[in-house]
Design a protein around this ligand. Structure first.
Ligand SMILES: Cc1cc2nc3c(=O)[nH]c(=O)nc-3n(C[C@H](O)[C@H](O)[C@H](O)COP(=O)(O)OP(=O)(O)OC[C@H]3O[C@@H](n4cnc5c(N)ncnc54)[C@H](O)[C@@H]3O)c2cc1C
Length: 410
């Protein structure tokens, strides 16, 4: 069943109807990007039976990336000198929220979040001219796709514990190991891949970053699992003595983690609009269902129990959204906002999941039928409490900032 079409978009009024918080340019982009998603891409999804559970094949994704590129959306998040718009964090957040709030299965592909420009924009400063030509520009221009590979079976929250090893051999590195849970790897051409370049048995960790061609000998992508959201856009990358040119080393040896985590604060915040956008879809669906479903001779939305569930969900979501916007403004003003970005990621992910849970409850039995959009959103929003730094890791960061602040105020 098509999860995107089972719940008609009957929204009578937006959930958040206040004045727009971003720039005029962002408002104009949002109008165009929504028209793209709700028009051309909705038609494409219908034609090819694509929904949240049934992803598009690579050829179709490439069509979406190229079209998004032609319309000026794809590279929008890149630095201005690479053809991007030099967006403020706030505008970026608001545009992304609007994209996800359409409920489109193509939402992650408009900017190329899984495998496009956001994966390479921050590397441009470190890249050699050859790396720009061979890896970064083809990705920016929607010709090639790239994934980001850090996690391993033994290196999850403790990202620095990578065991994949890269050993120098002449003008190559020989890389052996296995990367786990890599988003976009099943349809990517390249990976930005983290491997240990420390000497065998060394106490000191040394993680370096490489561009790796996923089609090269000794490299393969395995796809033995689906996530609970039913998607198969995640895979493992197996490297068996893969010979990677030393010219593919990104920046200095041993600077891989700094590269990977360099923008972690803003990246944490930039996951929030996806959660807030999707939770808005869940709440809208619940609100619309409550107005339309009748029991005991009246719409269930007339029962106070249902009204309270909707009211609580709307209040918590408004608070999460306010924290997201406030943190974006702090980052735009030049604040470090490390604790605040973790608070936003923690609160938005926990809140979005509670909103989805209530939306399922409002739908009763229909809410737990596979193919209903709220059922999908419940599973999808559960994942964000783990992805890109679990809730516990966010709390660690917040506590660390709090406690260090305490020491300096003594
Ligand atoms: C769908 C999906 C997509 C992903 N995409 C990518 C990707 O593209 N690239 C990539 O590199 N990785 C990716 N990941 C990996 C993701 O970043 C990790 O799953 C995440 O960081 C958690 O690591 P882990 O799964 O090993 O959990 P673990 O680190 O084993 O954590 C298990 C539990 O222990 C808790 N815990 C661990 N350490 C601490 C601590 N110090 N204090 C308190 N609690 C702690 C955690 O919070 C969690 O509850 C993806 C994962 C998924 C599921």
């Amino acid at each position: 069943m098509d999860a995107t079409t089972t719940t008609p978009n009957t929204t009578s009024a937006p959930i958040f109807a206040g004045p727009f918080e971003g720039s005029e340019r962002a408002a104009e982009i949002i109008a165009r990007v929504q028209a793209f998603l709700n028009g051309e891409l909705a038609e494409l999804a219908r034609e090819h039976h694509i929904d949240h559970e049934h992803g598009a094949p690579r050829e179709l994704l490439q069509r979406v990336w190229r079209r998004s590129h032609a319309l000026g959306f794809y590279g929008m998040t890149l630095p201005a000198k690479m053809g991007g718009l030099g967006l403020t964090v706030l505008d970026h957040v608001l545009i992304k929220e609007a994209i996800y709030a359409t409920g489109s299965p193509f939402a992650p592909h408009v900017f190329g979040e899984l495998s496009g420009p956001p994966r390479v924009g921050a590397l441009a400063r470190q890249a050699t001219p050859e790396q720009m030509r061979d890896f970064i520009l083809p990705v920016a221009q929607a010709d090639k796709a790239i994934c980001f590979a850090l996690t391993e079976a033994e290196a999850g929250s403790d990202a620095g514990a990578v065991q994949t090893r890269a050993v120098k051999d002449g003008d190559h590195y020989v890389i052996t190991g296995k990367k786990r849970f890599i988003s976009g790897s099943p349809f990517a051409d390249y990976a930005v891949l983290m491997a240990s370049t420390a000497d065998e048995g060394a106490q000191q960790r040394e993680v370096s970053a490489f561009f790796v061609d996923l089609k090269a000998p000794g490299v393969r992508v395995e796809q033995g699992y689906k996530t609970m959201a039913g998607q198969s856009s995640t895979g493992d990358i197996v490297l068996e003595g893969a010979r990677v040119p030393a010219a593919n080393l990104i920046g200095e040896p041993g600077r891989g983690l700094a590269l990977a985590l360099g923008r972690i604060t803003v990246n944490r915040l930039l996951h929030c609009p996806a959660m807030v956008g999707l939770a808005t879809v869940a709440l809208t669906d619940a609100r619309d269902y409550a107005m339309q479903r009748r029991q005991f001779g009246r719409a269930i939305g007339q029962f106070q129990a249902i009204q309270h569930m909707l009211a609580e969900a709307a209040t918590e979501l408004a608070a999460a959204r306010a924290l997201m916007i406030c943190t974006a403004r702090q980052l735009d003003a030049g604040a470090e906002a490390r604790a605040e970005a973790s608070m936003a990621k923690l609160f938005c992910s926990e809140t979005a999941f509670r909103v989805a849970d209530r939306a399922v409850q409002v739908h009763g039995g229909e809410g737990i039928v596979q193919g209903r959009r709220v059922e999908f959103l419940f599973r999808m929003l559960r994942m964000y409490r783990v992805l890109t730094g679990t809730s516990e890791i966010q709390k660690n960061t917040i506590a660390k900032e709090l406690l260090s602040e305490k020491e300096t105020t003594k």
